[in-house]
Write a protein that binds this ligand. Structure first.
Ligand SMILES: [Zn+2]
Length: 512
Protein backbone atom coordinates (compact mmCIF):
# COMPACT_ATOMS: atom_id res chain seq x y z
CA UNK A 1 0.00 0.00 0.00
CA UNK A 2 2.95 2.28 0.52
CA UNK A 3 3.72 1.79 -3.14
CA UNK A 4 1.79 4.67 -4.61
CA UNK A 5 3.31 7.00 -2.08
CA UNK A 6 6.80 5.94 -3.02
CA UNK A 7 6.11 6.31 -6.72
CA UNK A 8 4.56 9.72 -6.44
CA UNK A 9 7.17 10.90 -4.01
CA UNK A 10 9.51 10.81 -6.94
CA UNK A 11 7.13 12.32 -9.48
CA UNK A 12 6.25 15.21 -7.21
CA UNK A 13 9.88 16.13 -6.80
CA UNK A 14 10.40 15.83 -10.53
CA UNK A 15 7.61 18.18 -11.47
CA UNK A 16 8.64 20.72 -8.91
CA UNK A 17 12.13 20.62 -10.31
CA UNK A 18 10.83 21.37 -13.76
CA UNK A 19 8.33 24.03 -12.79
CA UNK A 20 10.09 25.74 -9.93
CA UNK A 21 11.47 28.52 -12.02
CA UNK A 22 8.00 29.29 -13.33
CA UNK A 23 6.42 29.31 -9.86
CA UNK A 24 8.88 31.47 -8.13
CA UNK A 25 8.64 35.14 -8.58
CA UNK A 26 10.19 36.16 -5.30
CA UNK A 27 12.80 38.78 -5.95
CA UNK A 28 15.95 38.60 -3.90
CA UNK A 29 14.92 40.98 -1.21
CA UNK A 30 18.06 42.85 -0.21
CA UNK A 31 16.02 45.55 1.45
CA UNK A 32 14.07 43.16 3.61
CA UNK A 33 17.18 41.32 4.75
CA UNK A 34 19.10 44.50 5.55
CA UNK A 35 16.04 45.81 7.41
CA UNK A 36 15.85 42.72 9.51
CA UNK A 37 19.52 42.88 10.48
CA UNK A 38 19.37 46.48 11.59
CA UNK A 39 16.21 45.77 13.58
CA UNK A 40 18.00 42.98 15.33
CA UNK A 41 20.96 45.16 16.19
CA UNK A 42 18.69 47.68 17.86
CA UNK A 43 16.38 45.17 19.49
CA UNK A 44 16.48 43.75 22.96
CA UNK A 45 13.66 41.63 24.27
CA UNK A 46 13.08 40.68 27.87
CA UNK A 47 10.63 37.82 28.33
CA UNK A 48 9.66 37.88 32.00
CA UNK A 49 8.30 35.43 34.57
CA UNK A 50 7.94 32.58 32.15
CA UNK A 51 8.18 28.86 32.89
CA UNK A 52 11.26 27.64 31.03
CA UNK A 53 10.83 24.19 29.50
CA UNK A 54 14.22 23.30 28.08
CA UNK A 55 15.22 19.69 27.38
CA UNK A 56 18.48 19.72 29.36
CA UNK A 57 16.59 20.71 32.52
CA UNK A 58 13.36 18.77 32.39
CA UNK A 59 13.84 17.55 35.95
CA UNK A 60 14.23 21.12 37.14
CA UNK A 61 11.57 23.33 35.60
CA UNK A 62 11.80 26.94 36.80
CA UNK A 63 10.30 30.33 36.25
CA UNK A 64 12.83 32.77 34.83
CA UNK A 65 13.30 35.75 32.53
CA UNK A 66 15.12 35.56 29.21
CA UNK A 67 17.05 38.33 27.50
CA UNK A 68 17.35 38.27 23.72
CA UNK A 69 19.86 40.51 22.00
CA UNK A 70 20.93 40.60 18.36
CA UNK A 71 19.00 37.43 17.61
CA UNK A 72 20.63 35.46 20.44
CA UNK A 73 19.73 34.37 23.91
CA UNK A 74 22.17 36.28 26.12
CA UNK A 75 20.79 35.68 29.60
CA UNK A 76 18.47 33.30 31.41
CA UNK A 77 17.81 35.03 34.73
CA UNK A 78 16.50 32.72 37.42
CA UNK A 79 16.74 35.22 40.31
CA UNK A 80 13.49 36.89 41.23
CA UNK A 81 13.06 40.62 40.82
CA UNK A 82 15.88 41.15 38.31
CA UNK A 83 15.82 44.64 36.77
CA UNK A 84 14.56 45.20 33.27
CA UNK A 85 17.60 45.64 30.99
CA UNK A 86 17.71 49.14 29.52
CA UNK A 87 15.96 49.65 26.22
CA UNK A 88 14.43 46.18 26.22
CA UNK A 89 10.94 45.46 24.96
CA UNK A 90 9.22 43.62 27.78
CA UNK A 91 7.04 40.61 27.05
CA UNK A 92 5.24 39.14 30.01
CA UNK A 93 5.39 35.37 30.00
CA UNK A 94 3.42 35.04 33.20
CA UNK A 95 1.47 31.81 33.36
CA UNK A 96 2.99 30.72 30.05
CA UNK A 97 5.71 28.32 28.90
CA UNK A 98 8.81 29.03 26.83
CA UNK A 99 10.34 26.23 24.75
CA UNK A 100 13.17 26.13 22.19
CA UNK A 101 11.94 26.37 18.59
CA UNK A 102 10.97 22.90 17.31
CA UNK A 103 13.08 21.01 14.76
CA UNK A 104 11.62 18.76 12.04
CA UNK A 105 14.50 16.77 10.57
CA UNK A 106 12.66 15.19 7.63
CA UNK A 107 10.82 17.51 5.26
CA UNK A 108 10.54 18.07 1.52
CA UNK A 109 9.76 21.77 1.35
CA UNK A 110 9.97 21.92 -2.43
CA UNK A 111 7.41 19.14 -3.05
CA UNK A 112 3.73 19.86 -3.66
CA UNK A 113 1.08 18.09 -1.58
CA UNK A 114 -2.05 16.82 -3.30
CA UNK A 115 -1.26 17.97 -6.84
CA UNK A 116 -0.21 15.67 -9.66
CA UNK A 117 2.63 16.57 -12.02
CA UNK A 118 0.12 17.19 -14.82
CA UNK A 119 -2.18 19.30 -12.69
CA UNK A 120 0.71 21.36 -11.37
CA UNK A 121 1.13 22.85 -14.82
CA UNK A 122 -2.36 24.35 -14.77
CA UNK A 123 -2.40 25.42 -11.13
CA UNK A 124 0.48 27.84 -11.15
CA UNK A 125 -1.24 30.54 -9.07
CA UNK A 126 -2.19 28.10 -6.32
CA UNK A 127 1.29 26.63 -6.31
CA UNK A 128 2.94 30.00 -6.05
CA UNK A 129 0.73 30.98 -3.12
CA UNK A 130 1.37 27.63 -1.49
CA UNK A 131 5.16 27.89 -1.64
CA UNK A 132 4.99 31.38 -0.12
CA UNK A 133 2.95 30.00 2.76
CA UNK A 134 5.12 26.92 3.45
CA UNK A 135 7.75 28.60 5.65
CA UNK A 136 5.02 30.47 7.55
CA UNK A 137 3.01 27.29 8.17
CA UNK A 138 6.01 25.58 9.73
CA UNK A 139 6.48 28.60 12.01
CA UNK A 140 2.75 28.61 12.78
CA UNK A 141 3.24 25.24 14.50
CA UNK A 142 6.49 26.29 16.18
CA UNK A 143 8.99 24.70 13.74
CA UNK A 144 11.88 27.12 13.50
CA UNK A 145 14.38 24.64 12.02
CA UNK A 146 13.94 22.15 9.18
CA UNK A 147 16.21 19.59 7.53
CA UNK A 148 15.23 19.11 3.90
CA UNK A 149 15.73 15.62 2.42
CA UNK A 150 14.63 16.53 -1.10
CA UNK A 151 15.69 13.68 -3.34
CA UNK A 152 16.90 15.75 -6.25
CA UNK A 153 17.18 19.11 -4.60
CA UNK A 154 15.63 22.09 -6.23
CA UNK A 155 18.01 24.82 -5.22
CA UNK A 156 16.04 27.82 -6.57
CA UNK A 157 13.02 26.80 -4.51
CA UNK A 158 15.09 26.22 -1.39
CA UNK A 159 16.90 29.52 -1.87
CA UNK A 160 13.63 31.40 -2.36
CA UNK A 161 12.42 30.05 0.98
CA UNK A 162 15.64 31.02 2.67
CA UNK A 163 15.13 34.55 1.37
CA UNK A 164 11.49 34.82 2.44
CA UNK A 165 10.94 37.61 4.98
CA UNK A 166 10.16 35.11 7.73
CA UNK A 167 11.21 31.49 7.53
CA UNK A 168 12.60 28.58 9.57
CA UNK A 169 16.33 27.84 9.41
CA UNK A 170 16.59 25.48 6.49
CA UNK A 171 19.29 22.78 6.34
CA UNK A 172 19.62 20.22 3.57
CA UNK A 173 21.06 16.81 2.70
CA UNK A 174 21.86 17.96 -0.86
CA UNK A 175 21.22 15.58 -3.75
CA UNK A 176 20.52 12.09 -2.47
CA UNK A 177 22.81 9.14 -3.22
CA UNK A 178 20.60 6.94 -5.39
CA UNK A 179 21.85 3.51 -6.45
CA UNK A 180 21.99 3.26 -10.28
CA UNK A 181 18.53 2.29 -11.63
CA UNK A 182 17.35 1.77 -8.07
CA UNK A 183 14.68 3.48 -6.03
CA UNK A 184 13.60 6.20 -6.65
CA UNK A 185 15.30 6.88 -10.00
CA UNK A 186 13.68 3.69 -11.32
CA UNK A 187 10.42 5.60 -11.74
CA UNK A 188 11.90 8.02 -14.25
CA UNK A 189 12.20 6.90 -17.89
CA UNK A 190 15.62 5.29 -18.55
CA UNK A 191 16.51 8.04 -21.02
CA UNK A 192 16.37 10.83 -18.46
CA UNK A 193 16.80 9.21 -15.09
CA UNK A 194 20.56 9.73 -14.86
CA UNK A 195 20.16 13.38 -15.70
CA UNK A 196 17.47 13.80 -13.05
CA UNK A 197 19.55 12.09 -10.37
CA UNK A 198 22.99 13.56 -10.94
CA UNK A 199 24.35 12.20 -7.68
CA UNK A 200 23.65 8.53 -8.46
CA UNK A 201 25.98 5.71 -7.42
CA UNK A 202 27.65 3.87 -10.31
CA UNK A 203 27.21 0.10 -10.35
CA UNK A 204 29.73 -1.71 -12.57
CA UNK A 205 27.34 -4.67 -12.91
CA UNK A 206 24.89 -2.38 -14.68
CA UNK A 207 27.40 -0.61 -16.90
CA UNK A 208 25.46 -1.58 -20.02
CA UNK A 209 22.45 0.50 -18.95
CA UNK A 210 24.37 3.58 -17.82
CA UNK A 211 24.98 6.16 -20.58
CA UNK A 212 28.67 6.39 -21.44
CA UNK A 213 28.88 10.10 -20.64
CA UNK A 214 28.73 9.15 -16.94
CA UNK A 215 32.13 7.99 -15.78
CA UNK A 216 32.40 5.47 -12.92
CA UNK A 217 35.00 7.61 -11.13
CA UNK A 218 32.55 10.57 -10.97
CA UNK A 219 29.90 8.46 -9.26
CA UNK A 220 31.74 6.67 -6.49
CA UNK A 221 30.48 7.02 -2.92
CA UNK A 222 33.35 9.40 -2.29
CA UNK A 223 32.61 11.66 -5.28
CA UNK A 224 28.91 11.73 -4.39
CA UNK A 225 29.48 12.53 -0.72
CA UNK A 226 31.88 15.31 -1.66
CA UNK A 227 29.24 16.87 -3.93
CA UNK A 228 26.79 16.91 -1.02
CA UNK A 229 29.41 18.51 1.17
CA UNK A 230 30.28 21.12 -1.49
CA UNK A 231 26.62 22.05 -1.90
CA UNK A 232 26.43 22.94 1.79
CA UNK A 233 24.63 19.78 2.92
CA UNK A 234 24.86 18.67 6.55
CA UNK A 235 23.70 15.11 5.88
CA UNK A 236 23.80 12.36 3.26
CA UNK A 237 20.57 10.64 2.26
CA UNK A 238 20.62 7.20 0.72
CA UNK A 239 18.15 4.32 0.21
CA UNK A 240 17.60 0.63 0.70
CA UNK A 241 14.36 -0.15 -1.11
CA UNK A 242 13.64 -3.19 -3.25
CA UNK A 243 10.40 -1.65 -4.50
CA UNK A 244 6.78 -2.70 -4.71
CA UNK A 245 3.93 -3.17 -7.14
CA UNK A 246 5.31 -3.69 -10.63
CA UNK A 247 8.88 -2.98 -9.52
CA UNK A 248 9.67 -5.42 -6.79
CA UNK A 249 13.19 -6.27 -7.76
CA UNK A 250 14.99 -2.96 -7.97
CA UNK A 251 18.77 -3.06 -7.62
CA UNK A 252 20.02 -2.17 -4.14
CA UNK A 253 23.49 -1.43 -2.85
CA UNK A 254 25.56 -4.10 -1.15
CA UNK A 255 27.28 -3.72 2.21
CA UNK A 256 30.57 -2.74 0.58
CA UNK A 257 28.98 0.33 -1.05
CA UNK A 258 27.37 1.37 2.21
CA UNK A 259 30.69 0.91 4.01
CA UNK A 260 32.34 3.27 1.54
CA UNK A 261 29.56 5.86 1.98
CA UNK A 262 29.91 5.49 5.74
CA UNK A 263 33.66 6.07 5.60
CA UNK A 264 33.48 9.15 3.38
CA UNK A 265 30.51 10.67 5.24
CA UNK A 266 32.53 10.35 8.44
CA UNK A 267 35.47 12.05 6.84
CA UNK A 268 33.25 14.87 5.59
CA UNK A 269 31.50 15.19 8.97
CA UNK A 270 28.07 14.49 7.46
CA UNK A 271 25.19 12.65 9.12
CA UNK A 272 24.31 9.46 7.23
CA UNK A 273 20.56 8.88 6.77
CA UNK A 274 18.97 5.87 5.14
CA UNK A 275 15.45 5.50 3.75
CA UNK A 276 14.44 2.11 5.16
CA UNK A 277 10.90 1.13 6.13
CA UNK A 278 11.18 -2.66 5.84
CA UNK A 279 12.63 -5.17 8.27
CA UNK A 280 15.30 -6.24 5.77
CA UNK A 281 16.20 -2.62 5.02
CA UNK A 282 16.52 -1.56 8.64
CA UNK A 283 18.65 -4.61 9.39
CA UNK A 284 20.92 -3.62 6.51
CA UNK A 285 21.04 -0.02 7.78
CA UNK A 286 21.93 -1.11 11.31
CA UNK A 287 24.67 -3.47 10.11
CA UNK A 288 26.10 -0.71 7.94
CA UNK A 289 26.28 1.70 10.86
CA UNK A 290 24.04 4.50 9.54
CA UNK A 291 23.34 7.42 11.87
CA UNK A 292 19.63 7.81 11.16
CA UNK A 293 16.85 5.53 9.90
CA UNK A 294 14.44 7.81 8.04
CA UNK A 295 11.20 5.85 8.56
CA UNK A 296 9.42 3.58 10.97
CA UNK A 297 9.36 -0.15 10.18
CA UNK A 298 5.87 -0.76 8.80
CA UNK A 299 6.83 -3.44 6.33
CA UNK A 300 7.77 -6.70 8.05
CA UNK A 301 8.16 -8.76 4.88
CA UNK A 302 7.23 -12.40 5.46
CA UNK A 303 6.55 -11.61 9.11
CA UNK A 304 3.83 -9.07 8.28
CA UNK A 305 0.91 -11.23 9.42
CA UNK A 306 2.36 -11.87 12.87
CA UNK A 307 0.48 -9.98 15.54
CA UNK A 308 3.20 -10.03 18.18
CA UNK A 309 6.58 -8.38 17.54
CA UNK A 310 8.70 -11.28 16.22
CA UNK A 311 12.03 -12.01 17.97
CA UNK A 312 14.09 -11.34 14.82
CA UNK A 313 12.61 -7.84 14.61
CA UNK A 314 13.18 -7.23 18.30
CA UNK A 315 16.80 -8.13 17.80
CA UNK A 316 17.25 -5.40 15.18
CA UNK A 317 15.37 -2.91 17.35
CA UNK A 318 17.63 -3.76 20.29
CA UNK A 319 20.62 -2.84 18.17
CA UNK A 320 18.97 0.43 17.14
CA UNK A 321 18.64 1.23 20.84
CA UNK A 322 22.11 0.07 21.76
CA UNK A 323 23.88 1.92 18.94
CA UNK A 324 21.73 5.02 19.57
CA UNK A 325 20.73 5.15 15.92
CA UNK A 326 18.45 8.11 15.24
CA UNK A 327 14.92 6.86 14.52
CA UNK A 328 12.19 8.79 12.71
CA UNK A 329 8.88 6.88 12.95
CA UNK A 330 7.15 9.12 10.31
CA UNK A 331 3.78 7.50 11.09
CA UNK A 332 1.99 10.35 9.32
CA UNK A 333 3.26 8.96 6.00
CA UNK A 334 0.58 6.29 6.38
CA UNK A 335 -2.05 8.56 7.89
CA UNK A 336 -1.46 10.98 5.03
CA UNK A 337 -2.56 8.27 2.59
CA UNK A 338 -5.41 7.15 4.75
CA UNK A 339 -6.74 10.74 4.68
CA UNK A 340 -8.27 10.03 1.24
CA UNK A 341 -10.53 7.43 2.83
CA UNK A 342 -11.63 9.70 5.65
CA UNK A 343 -14.62 11.76 4.45
CA UNK A 344 -14.08 14.25 7.31
CA UNK A 345 -10.40 14.95 6.70
CA UNK A 346 -10.73 18.08 4.55
CA UNK A 347 -13.03 19.58 7.17
CA UNK A 348 -10.16 19.63 9.70
CA UNK A 349 -10.39 23.09 11.24
CA UNK A 350 -6.64 23.70 11.09
CA UNK A 351 -6.21 23.13 7.34
CA UNK A 352 -7.18 26.68 6.25
CA UNK A 353 -4.47 27.99 8.60
CA UNK A 354 -1.66 26.27 6.70
CA UNK A 355 -2.61 26.34 3.01
CA UNK A 356 -4.20 28.98 0.75
CA UNK A 357 -7.99 28.72 0.59
CA UNK A 358 -7.88 28.25 -3.20
CA UNK A 359 -5.81 25.13 -2.65
CA UNK A 360 -8.26 23.70 -0.13
CA UNK A 361 -11.16 24.40 -2.50
CA UNK A 362 -9.28 22.60 -5.24
CA UNK A 363 -8.53 19.59 -2.99
CA UNK A 364 -12.24 19.38 -2.31
CA UNK A 365 -13.11 19.28 -6.02
CA UNK A 366 -13.40 15.98 -7.94
CA UNK A 367 -10.14 16.77 -9.72
CA UNK A 368 -8.43 17.33 -6.37
CA UNK A 369 -9.12 13.75 -5.33
CA UNK A 370 -7.13 12.17 -8.20
CA UNK A 371 -4.63 10.61 -5.82
CA UNK A 372 -7.34 8.57 -4.17
CA UNK A 373 -7.64 6.58 -7.39
CA UNK A 374 -3.94 5.79 -7.19
CA UNK A 375 -4.34 4.46 -3.68
CA UNK A 376 -7.71 2.72 -3.94
CA UNK A 377 -7.72 -1.05 -4.30
CA UNK A 378 -10.40 -2.54 -6.52
CA UNK A 379 -13.82 -1.69 -5.14
CA UNK A 380 -12.85 -1.49 -1.48
CA UNK A 381 -14.98 0.98 0.47
CA UNK A 382 -13.49 3.93 2.34
CA UNK A 383 -14.05 2.12 5.61
CA UNK A 384 -12.37 -1.05 4.32
CA UNK A 385 -9.35 0.89 3.03
CA UNK A 386 -9.04 2.79 6.26
CA UNK A 387 -9.13 -0.43 8.22
CA UNK A 388 -6.53 -2.01 5.95
CA UNK A 389 -4.09 0.77 6.87
CA UNK A 390 -4.96 0.50 10.52
CA UNK A 391 -4.59 -3.27 10.74
CA UNK A 392 -1.54 -3.50 8.49
CA UNK A 393 1.25 -0.94 8.33
CA UNK A 394 -0.06 1.40 11.04
CA UNK A 395 -0.43 -1.45 13.51
CA UNK A 396 3.06 -2.73 12.70
CA UNK A 397 4.81 0.63 13.01
CA UNK A 398 3.02 1.32 16.30
CA UNK A 399 4.25 -1.97 17.72
CA UNK A 400 7.80 -1.17 16.67
CA UNK A 401 7.66 2.36 18.06
CA UNK A 402 6.09 1.20 21.34
CA UNK A 403 8.96 -1.26 21.80
CA UNK A 404 11.56 1.42 21.04
CA UNK A 405 9.82 3.92 23.35
CA UNK A 406 9.99 1.52 26.28
CA UNK A 407 13.74 1.19 25.71
CA UNK A 408 14.11 4.94 25.31
CA UNK A 409 15.57 4.79 21.80
CA UNK A 410 17.12 7.85 20.17
CA UNK A 411 13.94 9.17 18.57
CA UNK A 412 14.33 12.05 16.16
CA UNK A 413 11.30 14.09 15.25
CA UNK A 414 10.80 13.99 11.48
CA UNK A 415 7.56 14.05 9.50
CA UNK A 416 8.46 13.42 5.84
CA UNK A 417 6.15 16.27 4.75
CA UNK A 418 4.83 15.66 2.15
CA UNK A 419 5.75 12.01 1.70
CA UNK A 420 3.73 11.88 -1.53
CA UNK A 421 1.55 14.28 -3.46
CA UNK A 422 -1.07 13.65 -0.80
CA UNK A 423 -3.22 16.36 0.72
CA UNK A 424 -2.89 14.39 3.96
CA UNK A 425 0.58 15.82 4.75
CA UNK A 426 0.42 19.60 5.04
CA UNK A 427 3.28 21.78 6.28
CA UNK A 428 3.38 22.51 10.02
CA UNK A 429 0.07 20.81 10.75
CA UNK A 430 1.62 17.46 9.82
CA UNK A 431 4.10 17.91 12.67
CA UNK A 432 1.30 18.34 15.17
CA UNK A 433 -0.44 15.27 13.76
CA UNK A 434 2.78 13.23 13.87
CA UNK A 435 3.17 14.12 17.53
CA UNK A 436 -0.31 12.74 18.16
CA UNK A 437 0.69 9.53 16.39
CA UNK A 438 3.86 9.25 18.47
CA UNK A 439 1.89 9.66 21.66
CA UNK A 440 -0.60 7.04 20.53
CA UNK A 441 2.30 4.67 19.79
CA UNK A 442 3.62 5.05 23.31
CA UNK A 443 6.10 7.95 23.45
CA UNK A 444 5.86 10.07 26.58
CA UNK A 445 5.41 13.85 26.30
CA UNK A 446 9.02 14.27 27.41
CA UNK A 447 10.24 11.85 24.71
CA UNK A 448 8.31 13.76 22.04
CA UNK A 449 9.66 17.07 23.30
CA UNK A 450 13.26 15.83 23.36
CA UNK A 451 12.96 14.28 19.90
CA UNK A 452 11.84 17.63 18.45
CA UNK A 453 14.47 19.71 20.24
CA UNK A 454 17.75 18.49 21.73
CA UNK A 455 17.91 15.05 20.08
CA UNK A 456 17.53 16.51 16.60
CA UNK A 457 19.98 19.31 17.40
CA UNK A 458 22.62 16.85 18.64
CA UNK A 459 22.19 14.36 15.83
CA UNK A 460 22.58 17.04 13.17
CA UNK A 461 25.42 18.75 15.05
CA UNK A 462 23.63 22.06 15.39
CA UNK A 463 23.32 21.87 19.17
CA UNK A 464 25.89 24.61 19.75
CA UNK A 465 23.25 26.97 18.29
CA UNK A 466 19.89 25.27 18.76
CA UNK A 467 17.82 22.81 20.77
CA UNK A 468 17.79 24.37 24.28
CA UNK A 469 17.19 27.71 25.99
CA UNK A 470 20.71 28.65 27.04
CA UNK A 471 22.83 31.78 26.72
CA UNK A 472 24.73 31.94 23.44
CA UNK A 473 22.15 30.04 21.42
CA UNK A 474 20.06 31.39 18.57
CA UNK A 475 16.87 33.03 19.84
CA UNK A 476 14.49 30.60 18.12
CA UNK A 477 11.82 30.32 20.79
CA UNK A 478 8.15 29.49 21.15
CA UNK A 479 5.79 30.82 23.83
CA UNK A 480 2.96 28.43 24.73
CA UNK A 481 -0.15 28.92 26.83
CA UNK A 482 0.06 25.33 28.07
CA UNK A 483 2.91 23.08 29.15
CA UNK A 484 4.08 20.52 26.57
CA UNK A 485 4.89 18.20 29.48
CA UNK A 486 1.24 18.23 30.59
CA UNK A 487 -0.67 17.75 27.36
CA UNK A 488 0.06 17.46 23.67
CA UNK A 489 -2.36 20.22 22.70
CA UNK A 490 0.14 22.65 24.22
CA UNK A 491 1.78 22.59 20.77
CA UNK A 492 -1.43 24.08 19.41
CA UNK A 493 -1.54 26.80 22.09
CA UNK A 494 1.25 28.92 20.64
CA UNK A 495 1.10 32.65 21.38
CA UNK A 496 4.38 33.96 19.94
CA UNK A 497 7.29 32.61 17.90
CA UNK A 498 10.74 34.19 17.88
CA UNK A 499 12.88 33.59 14.81
CA UNK A 500 16.43 34.79 15.35
CA UNK A 501 15.05 37.15 17.97
CA UNK A 502 12.29 38.53 15.78
CA UNK A 503 8.88 38.10 17.39
CA UNK A 504 5.80 37.15 15.43
CA UNK A 505 2.33 36.48 16.77
CA UNK A 506 1.00 33.12 15.69
CA UNK A 507 -2.11 34.56 14.08
CA UNK A 508 0.01 36.62 11.71
CA UNK A 509 1.44 33.43 10.21
CA UNK A 510 -1.86 31.85 9.20
CA UNK A 511 -2.66 31.44 5.51
CA UNK A 512 -5.23 33.66 3.85
ZN1 LIG B 1 11.19 11.68 2.71
Amino acid sequence: MASAYERWCYLASLVVRILAIVFFAWPFSVVAIAGRDSNQAASRTWITDVTIVSPEKLDHIEIASVLIENGRIVRVERRKGAKTPTGATVVSGKGQFLIPGLIDSHVHVTSLPGISPEQAKTNLEINKKYFKQVPRSYLYYGYTTLVDLGVAVDRPVLEAMRQAPLHPDLYSCGDALVFANGYPMSFAPPTIRFKLFPNFLYDPKQAATIPSEYKPEDHTPQADVERVKDSGGICVKTFFERGFGQDRNLPVMGPEVLAEIRKTANKAGLVLMMHANAFEAQKFAVEGGVDVIAHGMWNWGDLGKQTVLPPEIRQVLDQIVEKKIGYQPTIEVLQGLRAYFDPEYLKTAAIPKVIPKEMLEWFDSPEGKWFKKELAQDDASDAAMSEAYEKGPVRRVRQVVAYLAKKNANFLFGTDTPSAPTYGNLPGLNGYLEMQQLQKAGLSLAQIFEAATISNAREFKIDSQLGTIEPGKTANLVLLKKSPLQSLDAYDSIATIWVHGEAVARDNLAAD
